[in-house]
Design a protein. Structure first.
Ligand SMILES: Cc1cc2nc3c(=O)[nH]c(=O)nc-3n(C[C@H](O)[C@H](O)[C@H](O)COP(=O)(O)OP(=O)(O)OC[C@H]3O[C@@H](n4cnc5c(N)ncnc54)[C@H](O)[C@@H]3O)c2cc1C
Length: 411
């Protein structure tokens, strides 16, 4: 009989559920622990990118067909940007990538999306503990000791590997990897669901508005087919503190007074009070694995610093972790797991995180963003290049090169 290491995943959000799914696929037993009872909400923009779909397709090749036309999954066909000078640029998702008539991006309330993923993680190999909170973790001479709280009682569980996927407030990251919140690499975001917002794109383009007063953050409107919109804004935490910005007031101000939006919200109705949550950004490479632990998704600070997308990166880290666990078990090289994981995640995501960090920093020069949008609206070739950049990380590297901007400005 094969003897497996004792593995616990803390957190059954997109990162943890994905990791659990792939561990089960490889018939590796593990425990999946979450403080919540699913379905549960998570403050988010709810945009499910092509990267997330790529992994979802590996979990279920028919997933896009299943979601297409389902009320809780709104298909989205492009992105609409507003530059700091108020000019717009619409980027449709690349036609060749459209899989027949199937969408390449969705918007789905996290209550629905996370529940869907959590259900996909149900398996005889996954022992699931709901309403169970990790309150403490420590290394011992024989493994990693978890302190878990359920129904007011504290229980202990010893494992060989703890996978921290508990999001922004990860206990595992704090205790075992020594994470501290760094405002330069952290953003604050708020979300508010609305109904009745007018003038949304007919193909449900998600809207990112880089308004002058919000840089290097943005205001968003992500429409859903039931007439609801996910509306919110995010901003880097050091800038929030420096400018003493009150995000909730700022959101209210934009909706009520901004010339570009006030009419669109004139007859709209807020469905909730604005709710806030943190975004740990991948603008600084952190230690995401060590003796007896791995970190996934937000616990590993993997959110894209420019777009704020974290679901796809979280799922990718969960998938990589599960594949490497299988690999290390097969090769009987368990000790090499953390190092391999660290290398593989940043080999896979490092370049795009660096480009996104660059783009975020370049928002300190709004004229550059204005120039790109102005030129792209005039030049079909540049627009096509930008569309391709969404798909192609190598091409996106051009954005870090001064030559790209030189050509743009002088040609
Ligand atoms: C305002 C805002 C807007 C965003 N918009 C987008 C967007 O549109 N698209 C996108 O891709 N990303 C977006 N993100 C980022 C995205 O929400 C995260 O990157 C994503 O949720 C990360 O998934 P995760 O599984 O790592 O963590 P989470 O989704 O946070 O899941 C963590 C899980 O761990 C559980 N948990 C927490 N603590 C404990 C504990 N101590 N013990 C046990 N369980 C615990 C929680 O209940 C939860 O289920 C946004 C984030 C914010 C804040």
């Amino acid at each position: 009989m094969i003897s497996f290491p004792r593995i616990a995943i803390i957190g059954a959000g997109p990162s943890g559920s994905t990791c659990s799914f792939f561990l089960s696929k490889h018939q590796i037993p593990h425990v999946l622990i979450d403080t919540a009872d699913f379905p549960r909400d998570k403050i988010c923009g709810d945009a499910i990118s092509g990267k997330a779909l790529h992994i979802l397709r590996k979990m279920d090749p028919q997933i896009v067909q299943k979601w297409n036309g389902e009320a809780s999954f709104t298909d989205t066909w492009g992105i609409s940007f507003t530059a700091p000078n108020g000019k717009n640029l619409d980027i449709p998702f690349k036609k060749e990538r459209r899989d027949g008539d199937l969408p390449v991006g969705f918007v789905s309330k996290r209550t629905d999306f996370d529940h869907y993923l959590f259900q996909m993680a149900q398996s005889p190999y996954a022992q699931i503990h709901g309403r169970t909170t990790l309150v403490g973790v420590q290394k011992t001479s024989t493994g990693i000791l978890l302190e878990l709280q359920k129904d007011g009682k504290v229980e202990k569980m010893e494992v060989d590997l703890v996978i921290g996927a508990e999001g922004e407030r990860s206990v595992v990251a704090k205790v075992l990897a020594g994470y501290k919140k760094e405002p330069r690499h952290f953003s604050a975001g708020i979300r508010q669901y609305w109904t009745g917002v007018t003038n949304c794109h007919a193909e449900n383009y998600i809207e990112l508005h880089f308004l002058k007063d919000l840089l290097p953050g943005y205001f968003w409107i992500f429409p859903m087919s039931d007439g609801t919109c996910n509306v919110g804004l995010g901003m880097r935490s050091d800038r929030v503190s420096k400018g003493k910005v009150n995000l909730k007031k700022e959101l209210e101000r934009i909706i009520q007074e901004h010339p570009q939006f006030k009419e669109r919200f004139q007859h709209a109705e807020a469905l909730e009070l604005p709710k806030g949550w943190g975004l740990p950004m991948g603008s600084k490479q952190q230690t995401i694995g060590g003796e007896g632990f791995l970190l996934l998704g937000d616990a590993a600070s993997l959110i894209d610093p420019f777009t704020g997308e974290g679901i796809g990166n979280g799922m990718k880290s969960g998938w990589i972790a599960a594949e490497l666990i299988k690999d290390c078990l097969d090769r009987k090289q368990w000790d090499s797991l953390p190092n391999l994981y660290q290398k593989k995640v940043f080999r896979s995501l490092g370049d795009e995180l660096r480009v996104s960090d660059f783009l975020q920093r370049s928002l300190d020069f709004p004229w550059l963003f204005n120039a790109v949008v102005r030129k792209a609206n005039k030049s079909p070739l540049l627009k096509e290049t930008l569309i391709c950049m969404f798909e192609d990380v190598d091409l996106r590297q051009q954005l870090r090169k001064p030559k790209f901007y030189w050509d743009l400005l002088v040609k």
